[in-house]
Design a protein around this ligand. Sequence first.
Ligand code: DHB
Ligand code: FE
Length: 297
Amino acid sequence: MSDQKFTDSVIEAMGPGTNPRMKEVLTSLIQHIHDFARDVNLTIPEWQMGMEFINQIGQMSDDKRSESILVSDVLGLESLVDSLTYDTLESTDQKFTPSAIIGPFYREGSPHYKNGETIIQQEVGGEKCYVSGKVTDAYGDPLSGATIEVWHTAPNGLYEQQDENQVEYNLRGTFTSDENGDYSFICLKPTAYPIPYDGPAGQLLQIMERHPYRPSHIHWMVSKPGYRTLVTQIYDAQDPYTKNDSTFCVKGDLIVDFLPAKESLAKEKNVSCTLDYNIALQTTEDFEKAKSKKTSN
Ligand code: DHB
Ligand code: FE
């Protein structure tokens, strides 16, 4: 009962009405999970531990915390799926901003602000930063009317929904690029912090003798009809954790320099640092083309 014949019988038990994509995914899942158990000679207590672990993932999760995403991320799975989806072949004349994982803390419906306004609704300490740049297409032409959502943690390492001392939607905001493609906002210079490690994801890190830190980052979601929605993050070049991210999603092109603000800007905007960051979006059509080229190779 432990050989490939057994595995085949489990796979073949699927009915003819099974959705073809589900059939493909489940066939591979059953094959791999059986091979995995055979490979490590999985014992009954180990299997029980695994089942209990999965139960704990569910028990730890609610609308403010997705433990399954945390576990997936410390295992590198979300980052891998992101790369499989978006690391398409760039043609020589196209240059677009790379993606990164969305992570477990995105919230829809953040407040709309005018360019130049701040996402700091409530003082939580930290260094204020003026961020500005241009949204363009993959050929460098400005894109007006792009929607830019950004979110980051307070210096205590908590997103507002994790922190009862922060007001709703603190450090989150939505902006629109102007007629020249320009956008700007004020936020905090992000700080490094550990992912929540008081649950199964933390247990897993401990078992593997790993740290829970993510490099300081700002999350972005940039969208415009006709363009592939960009979900990404930027990382502070000065942060040592950019070389050692607990969720494995730092890419070279996303590492940026926060600079000290020039005196006039510092005075005018009441900030101590600046970041100049341009974003380039790929059209949905170019993305679909690159993807089909990739799968046919
Ligand atoms: C994860 C990602 C984040 O951006 C974050 O702030 C915390 C955790 C994650 O991928 O698990
Ligand atoms: Fe984050």
